[in-house]
Design a protein around this ligand. Structure first.
Ligand SMILES: NC(=O)c1ccc[n+]([C@@H]2O[C@H](COP(=O)([O-])OP(=O)(O)OC[C@H]3O[C@@H](n4cnc5c(N)ncnc54)[C@H](OP(=O)(O)O)[C@@H]3O)[C@@H](O)[C@H]2O)c1
Length: 283
């Protein structure tokens, strides 16, 4: 059995991995919640990575509340940077390949063509900054790593934009949603699936990869699609970001160029609308 360690086991990506992992009979997955395995505890990281003959570690643990990151720099830095460094170090010491997940928020959004892996990073806030430091920690510490940058994750699990829209629609006849931030919604189950493909291929094509669903949307477009597919009558009003002020500034454009992952792993990626329909079957 190939042993796989998954951190952040209660998060939406880890739960998607859990639901797909049942089809992977030759692999034994160990999912750790934050209570069982806190990645900011260096000794615990060393002990857990040594405890079994893991071949892969999938790091789904992160401080993901982008606005809270602006209110408290220390906690996100511990999880998204220092904890990742501890994991990368322990992975290297124990010969474990690390699959680490990062974000479109490492970019400033000033580009108007899809971002490639080689494009210049320039995070706008604490979340993106700490996630970028985490990427650098991985790259500077171990050789056997896959960093998957992804964007606008949603699923039937956890808290996300899709769930928020469905909840608000129960009480609100109309909602303002920003139209001047453009990216690609990504079903976390599709990301989980590509992670499992990478592990199955095990081709040592280490490096950074961009992964999202296909297509382009604003949050406004995404909300409209959710309500139309669910036959919800809540009216969606297009608003500008300045009309919905938040502690964190978000990139206005964060569409990914995904050619590298398609070429290296020979995969086709579903369009965001197709995946939204699939997810809504499970919500
Ligand atoms: N969500 C998005 O829109 C988005 C977009 C781009 C990239 N990403 C990246 O995708 C990855 C997965 O995100 P997600 O949406 O699945 O996030 P999520 O649902 O917030 O899950 C993150 C998990 O990490 C756990 N965690 C936090 N601190 C920890 C620590 N010190 N030790 C161990 N576990 C810890 C959390 O535990 P608790 O459950 O106890 O809080 C939570 O279960 C993250 O790397 C994130 O940065 C997310």
């Amino acid at each position: 059995m190939i042993q796989i360690l998954v951190t952040g086991g209660n998060g939406q990506l880890a739960q998607c991995l859990k639901s797909l992992s049942e089809n992977y009979k030759n692999y034994q997955f160990t999912f750790f919640s934050r209570e069982d395995f806190n990645i900011v505890n260096e000794e615990e990281v060393k002990r857990v990575l040594k405890s079994k003959n893991f071949s892969f570690c999938i790091n789904c643990a992160a401080f993901t509340n982008v606005d809270n990151c602006e209110l408290n720099n220390e906690a996100p830095d511990l999880v998204n940077n220092k904890g990742v460094k501890y994991l990368a170090t322990a992975c290297k010491e124990n010969n474990v390949k690390l699959v680490h997940v990062s974000t479109d928020f490492v970019f400033d959004g000033n580009q108007s063509i899809p971002y490639k892996e080689t494009d210049k990073t320039n995070p706008l806030g604490v979340y993106g900054t700490t996630k970028l430091l985490g990427e650098e920690a991985v790259q500077n510490t171990c050789d056997a790593f896959y960093i998957l940058r992804t964007s606008w994750l949603y699923s039937e699990f956890g808290n996300n934009f899709l769930k928020t829209m469905l909840r608000l629609s129960e009480t609100r006849p109309e909602l303002g949603v920003v139209f001047d931030q453009v990216g690609t919604p990504t079903y976390a189950k599709d990301l989980a699936s590509i992670i499992l493909t990478i592990i199955k291929e095990d081709n040592d094509a280490f490096g950074i990869y961009h992964y999202s669903n296909e297509g382009v949307a604003s949050w406004y477009d995404f909300a409209i699609a959710i309500f139309s597919l669910k036959n919800i009558n809540t009216k969606v009003l297009p608003i500008r970001s300045e009309q919905y002020p938040t502690p964190a500034t978000r990139p206005s454009y964060s569409v990914f160029d995904k050619q590298k992952i398609k070429d290296v792993f020979n995969v086709t990626l579903p369009h965001w609308r197709t995946s939204l329909e699939a997810c809504l079957q499970n919500v």
